[in-house]
Ligand binder design. Structure first.
Ligand code: NAD
Ligand code: MG
Length: 360
């Protein structure tokens, strides 16, 4: 088992990565704190797959956890869903020492984190992420949220978990498409911070797609370490944390223009990273080899690299409406070389249009 620590003063916590960890969750929690009650928030299908070893591991340290099941899908990240879970927690007599466990992907993780942040002004919670995206991204860093009809992640809080338990074996049942989408975020970490990770992905793409455990452990540990480092430096995204948005400005526009139905988030980010890298080359920040290498790697992972048929003007409009855009400037995370990044606040429209039109 690998252990990373994310150092945030009294909000510090461990990220544990390894195999066969689900059954040890009870023990791993007991080593860190002693909850009065435990509620596990998950989907019915995920409970069927992974609930039993967690339940017996908790029983071994004296807890009788209650499962709270929510439907799969983004619509579970809602205030209505949160309210019905608050009701359950009150019925269970959960107090401020009770703990929540998020078992599932980013949907369950974001919802559980939001409830943990708000129930009785904040109770401890543990992340057990079971998608690649949640293992390398959403379970680490403390962004929690539910959606509002007018926008994704509009209602939320920065609230760190007490522990993150990443069991690599959970990835064996994850649909390929979801796994590949998670790989887009791993490629992102290589581009923004670590040329060795990027080269490792290039050299081991086949083994990674076959879920080789050594490869998985390496890429997940490296990704979490990069995210931990960024979050330690800028927990609340005043600036530096924005580098994690590489590929996301174009990516969000694509998600919005396809009504969140055309692409998984990671797929849209894959296309967005290629566009952001071409924009970097167009504005003289890197050579054309850089976007080409990124494109080639994403293709190896079976990810899309070409945008859908959308109008460049619509993409630009959508980017101006993105909540991450300040005033009337378009901010981009641009790449100088693999592993090296720059935040640019005022990219002119002309090169953006050129990239969008070249792609279309
Ligand atoms: P998800 O949680 O919807 O999971 C995808 C699907 O895979 C679900 O149907 C789920 O039931 C299923 N699944 C999960 N684990 C499985 C397994 N091991 N085997 C078989 N099936 C499994 O999607 P996601 O991609 O994990 O997360 C997306 C969410 O994460 C979005 O809401 C996004 O906003 C959020 N997010 C948050 C952050 C953050 O920092 N908090 C970062 C990135 C994304
Ligand atoms: Mg993302």
């Amino acid at each position: 088992m690998k252990r990373l620590n994310i150092d945030l003063a009294d909000r510090s916590y461990d990220i544990l990565i390894g195999r066969n960890l689900l059954a040890k969750t009870g023990e791993l929690i007991a080593e860190r704190f002693n909850p009065s009650r435990v509620a596990i928030i998950t989907h019915p299908s995920i409970r069927n797959l992974f609930g039993e070893p967690i339940e017996s591991g908790l029983a071994a340290v004296g807890h009788v956890p209650e499962f709270i099941e929510v439907p799969e899908g983004e619509s579970s990240k809602s205030l209505q869903q949160a309210e019905s879970i608050y009701d359950r927690l009150l019925e269970m007599n959960c107090d401020r020492k009770s703990a929540l466990v998020a078992l599932g992907g980013g949907v369950v993780g974001d919802l559980t984190g939001f409830i943990a942040a708000t129930y009785q002004r904040g109770i401890p919670f543990v992340q057990i992420p079971t998608t690649l995206l949640s293992q390398v991204d959403s379970s680490v860093g403390g962004k929690t949220a539910v959606n509002h009809p007018r926008g994704k992640n509009m209602i939320g809080a920065f609230y760190q978990p007490k522990l993150v338990v990443i069991d690599l074996d959970t990835l064996h049942t994850l649909p390929q498409k979801e796994f590949r989408a998670g790989l887009a975020e791993v490629v992102k970490y290589g581009v923004i911070a670590d040329k060795n990770l990027f080269a490792f992905l290039e050299g081991n793409a086949k083994a990674i797609l076959l879920l080789d455990s050594h490869c998985l452990e390496h890429i997940i540990e490296t990704s979490c370490a990069i995210k931990a480092d960024v979050v330690e430096k800028d927990e609340r995204e005043s600036r530096h944390r924005m580098i994690l948005n590489f590929g996301h400005t174009f990516g969000h526009a694509i998600e919005t223009l396809t009504n969140y139905t055309g692409y998984l988030h990671g797929e849209a980010v894959a296309i967005g990273m290629v566009q952001a890298a071409w924009l970097s080359a167009k504005t003289g920040r890197c050579s054309e080899d850089v976007p080409q290498r990124i494109e080639d790697l994403l293709k190896k992972f079976g990810l899309p690299t070409q945008p859908p048929d959308v109008k460049s003007q619509d993409v630009i409009e959508s980017m101006y409406h993105d909540k991450k855009t300040e005033r009337d400037q378009l901010r981009f995370i641009l790449v100088k070389d693999i592993g090296s990044i720059e935040i640019v606040d005022d990219v002119p429209e002309t090169p953006i249009k050129a990239v969008l039109e070249k792609a279309g």
